[in-house]
Design a protein around this ligand. Structure first.
Ligand code: CS2
Length: 490
């Protein structure tokens, strides 16, 4: 049975399907960057609202900005934007549901004017984003907007020919302003600290160059709430597609798998209304900072602390790393000894329980989150997720051995490109070449990898760190047994 709107009533009853009328949905939300995560998280919350409240009619119009979004567009075309979300429980059971909250999808490279019209339409109240760190177009070392990007240059000169998220947002806001419409909220759902502030800063830097009057209006009228998002969503594998076929006779070309845990913490700052998200478990708060710091430094850094040495040893997934008591204990010690002391208390959260819960989530045997996904874009992740913890421990004379070992292991990972079993590593990183170049000379100069100021900043000037790093690096290269070294550190 192919998944599409016509076939909904014929789909196996074991799979729940939308009970609401999708035809009457209006695109209250335009979402840019429809990947697995958006579909397991925000689209799921909106689906829940649509199920619960028949009068609620906000659908999501998905937008893909890049040529690489074409596959999603083609799949959605066939499937009427429907997809199956498979939640995998630790006990091996799962729940499969067809999600219907995304009701249209536009591929901007094919129909740029449709995307602008949609965003400029009175029904649009929110434009949300999961465009990854790279999509924000800031210089990682200075944090400033990157005006050297050729697409940005083009958009500044030709405001009616948008290419990036900035061109689209300003083109649509310009229309709204001149039509006397209220703006939309720009809702960043990326894993970046202060994601709303960053989105605001970047949009304003761009708009000021393009149209100063518009920039003023945006500064006054548009809200950019900060949000913290959380749900582990591994890359969809062919096995999942097969699983749906065999178990439910359902043909879905691009389902999504996720863990049962879900969290969304959002600041209550919406300039043009918002869905009653709190009714489906979203935490609406006045300041998201403590939640995001905790999440990024424990969950995301914890993931890297498993994923980097795990890759080197030859474990394929995070749950396989967690099965190894050496890796699991190393990760917990990192959280207890290095993160917790500098994190301090988080209001309303029992940090010990949060960490226990993380261990269970990471160990979920059915999630099979690949180490390559976790290690992807480490050059953007580690400076935000791990290095701040290290710097704070250096300042307070705290422990640095776990975090430092991970940085030295990352050098080895970037240098060798194979694991200790001799198998090739799948390295996904925009800085892959630079990382490899910096790492290559390690055996002549133990700290050569640290000569990347945009990643390590002032860290290489700290004698205590350099000493610890040098000894970790030497051991990793000379002994070639990452697991044994980790066990020695415990
Ligand atoms: C992972 C995240 O890629 C990573 O660094 O840690 O994708 C993680 O799975 C999510 O943030 C969980 O919410």
């Amino acid at each position: 049975m192919e998944l599409n709107q016509c076939n909904i009533s014929a789909i196996s009853k074991k799979v729940s399907c939308p009970s609401y009328n999708r035809a009457s949905l209006k695109s209250g939300i335009i979402h840019i960057g429809v990947g697995g995560f958006h579909r397991s998280h925000q689209a799921y919350y909106i689906h829940k609202l649509l199920e619960k409240y028949p009068g609620f009619e906000w659908g999501i119009c998905g937008v893909g900005l890049r040529e690489s979004d074409r596959t999603m567009s083609q799949v959605f075309e066939k499937q009427d934007c429907l997809y199956t979300l498979v939640t995998q429980y630790p006990d091996g059971s799962d729940k499969s549901e067809v999600i219907g909250s995304i009701h249209e999808f536009l591929l901007a490279v094919d129909t740029p004017e449709l995307v602008i019209d949609k965003m400029g339409h009175p029904d649009t109240k929110i434009v949300s984003l999961t465009i990854t760190e790279g999509g924000y177009n800031f210089n990682t070392s200075t944090g400033a907007f990157n005006f050297d990007n050729p697409d940005i240059k083009h958009e500044i000169a030709h405001p009616n020919e948008p290419k990036t998220v900035y061109g689209y947002l300003t083109a649509a806001l310009r229309i709204r302003k001149s039509n006397g419409l209220p703006p939309f909220t720009i809702l960043s759902c990326d894993n970046i600290q202060h994601n709303g502030h960053i989105a605001r800063e970047m949009v304003l830097s761009f708009a000021k160059k393009q149209d100063a009057k518009l920039a003023e209006w945006i500064a006054e009228e548009v809200s950019f709430p900060n949000t913290m998002v959380d749900r582990i969503t591994p890359v969809t594998t062919p096995e999942v597609i097969e699983y749906l076929k065999t178990n439910y006779e359902l043909k879905d070309e691009w389902p999504v798998v996720c863990e049962p845990f879900i969290q969304w913490v959002v600041e209550d700052d919406f300039c043009n209304g918002r869905p009653p998200l709190e009714k489906v478990g979203v935490q609406i708060v006045s300041d998201v900072t403590p939640y995001e710091t905790m999440k990024i430094r424990l969950l995301n850094a914890g993931h890297s602390v498993l994923g980097i040495p795990g890759s080197i040893h030859g474990y394929p997934t995070i749950n396989s790393c967690m099965k190894d008591p050496v890796m699991a204990t190393f990760m917990r010690k990192f959280m207890d000894v290095e993160v917790t002391p500098v994190l301090g208390a988080v209001e309303g959260i029992d940090v010990e329980k949060y960490k226990d819960n993380l261990e269970e989530r990471f160990a979920n045997p059915n999630i099979k989150d690949s180490v390559s996904r976790i290690c992807s874009e480490s050059s953007a992740k580690l400076p935000k997720f791990l290095i701040p913890t290290l710097l704070e421990n250096l300042a307070s004379q705290g422990s640095i051995k776990y975090a430092t070992f991970i940085l030295a292991a990352w050098c080895y990972y970037s240098d060798k490109g194979i694991n200790e079993k001799g198998e090739p590593l799948e390295i996904i990183d925009a800085q892959k070449e630079e990382l490899n170049r910096a790492a290559k000379n390690t055996e002549n100069d133990w700290t050569s990898f640290l000569n990347q100021p945009e990643i390590f900043g002032e860290l290489p000037k700290n004698g205590r760190f350099v000493k610890e790093y040098t000894s970790a690096s030497r051991l990793i290269y000379e002994e070639r047994n990452i697991r044994k070294l980790m066990s020695d550190i415990l």
